[in-house]
Design a protein around this ligand. Structure first.
Ligand code: SF4
Ligand code: FES
Length: 255
């Protein structure tokens, strides 16, 4: 059996020195890329090529390279995480591209995610939203109730687990024309609101997380649904509706 033919590609990549400078696209050629390699491996190849030519390698974020950490935030040919669906950039394979193709690679574009360098953006706005309420407080003095002693309806447990699948990648924000973070915050609010352990602080949590989201400069949701389409973890819009219900009830109770 003959070996698969390597791809020859043109890469149009966003280069930006730091968050103060104006960026621009630069064009690179790369040859003989295995269709079985991942997108990040292809960028590794390009960076090796650049280093060998005494040029500065391209900065891009990555960590787990298996769809768990949410770091690999790249906009590829106009879509977050590229042309495949239900995957992160690190799970994208070069077989999704054609020989001779030009691939455009950009960082997430959102006012709340400023570019730090090249393809790396600052997503610490998500961390601050989580710090505002994305946790439960547990008494660890020794009198803690065993979590398994609290019965949870199967349907609620399943929905909480589905919401907890959010990896905080930010694709929902990047693809939204309003730069809204409602899918992310909706998932984080829901994963606790659906469980008895999360009900104790539910009202305070939703008020604080929504306030933090607004302060970080994310836009409003106008129900276009692009976030759900591009989410690599299939987070449902139902989570936004649940967050809105939680918020309304907490707001009314606050008086
Ligand atoms: S909701 Fe989906 S797209 Fe948004 S941060 Fe979570 S995993 Fe990423
Ligand atoms: S590098 Fe962790 S999800 Fe892609």
């Amino acid at each position: 059996m003959s070996a698969k033919k390597g791809l020859n590609l043109t890469l149009k990549i966003w280069r930006q020195k730091n968050n103060k400078s104006k960026g621009q696209f630069e064009v690179y050629k790369i040859s003989d890329v295995s269709p079985d390699s991942s997108f990040l491996e292809m960028l590794d190849m390009l960076n090796e090529q650049l280093v060998n030519e005494n040029l500065e390698p391209i900065a891009f974020d990555h960590d787990c390279r298996e769809g768990i950490c949410g770091m690999c935030s790249l906009y590829i040919n106009g879509r977050p995480h590229g042309p495949d669906t239900g995957i992160t950039t690190c799970q994208l394979h070069m077989r999704m591209f054609k020989d001779g193709e030009t691939i455009t690679i950009e960082p997430w574009r959102s006012a709340a995610f400023p570019v730090i360098k090249d393809l790396v953006v600052d997503r610490s706005a998500f961390d601050r939203i989580m710090a505002a309420g994305g946790f439960i407080s547990v008494n660890t003095s020794g009198n803690t109730t065993d979590a398994n002693a609290i019965l949870v309806p199967k349907d609620d447990a399943d929905k909480a687990m589905d919401a907890a699948a959010c990896i905080g990648c930010g694709a929902c924000v990047a693809t939204c024309k309003n730069g809204s973070a409602m899918l992310f915050v909706g998932a984080k609010v829901s994963q606790y609101a659906l469980l008895p352990q999360g009900r104790v602080e539910a009202k305070r949590r939703v008020l604080n997380m929504v306030k933090a989201m607004d302060e970080e400069g994310f836009g409003n949701c106008s129900n276009t649904g692009a976030c759900e389409v591009e989410c690599p973890k299939g987070i449902s819009l139902e989570n936004i509706a649940r967050m809105n219900r939680e918020y309304l009830s907490a707001f009314v109770d606050k008086g």
